[in-house]
Design a protein around this ligand. Structure first.
Ligand code: SF4
Length: 232
């Protein structure tokens, strides 16, 4: 059943967050597809294709939104292209209003070093919000073990800022669960994961992590920033 304009999405999301807490990732995505039909998407950073793969199995042809900030590693763009070629999904690449050169001209070079919040707001958050206007729900690869700030991530919740249902089908998964799923299905992953990177974002704001270091320690290292603003 497709959710209509008049349905109380917030109540639906909050109820589903409780009822689906123990459901599998596939069951959570099946619930999403059943409720929202074509009006939901997956967002992917192209660190891996786990959620895109899971979604393609319950909703062939599902939209997978990728935010191309203009600062991605070539390996990330290559992973996006491979996902589009291999899986039964519809990859949608979303761009910021300004190219990197236009942003440099207007705000000065390397804004990411001087004001990463402003850079993320223009290159990630605004494009995401523009793209989500087409949907009622969005699914992400957030996991509770990503970081302390994500430890209480519900499997389904109400994204009050965007007035959308937010779905985190692998919220309860551990890195071992991800690794096992990738191995079982041969899921596409970003080659940088084999090169010392544990969490992959824009090249200027991502570094390798040392053995034993927190996976997200390589993101915006040294400036205290932990989230780009998409999930806050
Ligand atoms: S991660 Fe860095 S380069 Fe990418 S949008 Fe944010 S501040 Fe800019």
């Amino acid at each position: 059943m497709t959710v209509t304009e008049t349905t109380d999405l917030e109540a639906l999301a909050n109820r589903a967050g409780l009822e689906l807490e123990d459901a599998t990732a596939s069951e959570i995505l099946a619930w999403t597809h059943e409720r929202f039909g074509p009006a939901w998407c997956v967002t992917s950073s192209m660190e891996d294709a786990v959620v895109a793969h899971l979604a393609s199995r319950v909703a062939p042809g599902v939209d997978v939104v990728f935010l191309d900030t203009g600062y991605h590693f070539p390996e990330t763009i290559g992973t996006r292209d491979a996902v589009a070629a291999v899986y039964d999904v519809n990859v949608i690449t979303v761009h910021p209003d300004l190219t990197v050169l236009e942003q440099d001209a207007e705000y000065g070079a390397a804004l990411h070093d001087r004001d990463p919040d402003a850079c993320c707001a223009m290159r990630k958050v605004a494009p995401l919000e523009r793209s989500l206007t087409n949907y009622r729900a969005w699914a992400t690869g957030l996991r509770r073990d990503d970081s302390p700030s994500r430890a209480n991530t519900p499997v389904v919740s109400w994204d009050a800022r965007r007035r959308k249902v937010k779905v985190a089908p692998i919220a309860r998964w551990t890195q071992d669960d991800v690794d096992a799923y990738v191995a079982e299905y041969g899921v596409l992953t970003n080659p940088l994961l084999m090169d010392g990177y544990a969490s992959i974002g824009c090249a200027p704001c991502t570094r390798r992590v040392a053995p034993g270091e927190d996976a997200r320690a390589g993101r915006w290292a040294g400036n205290g920033k932990t989230e780009c603003g998409i999930h806050t």
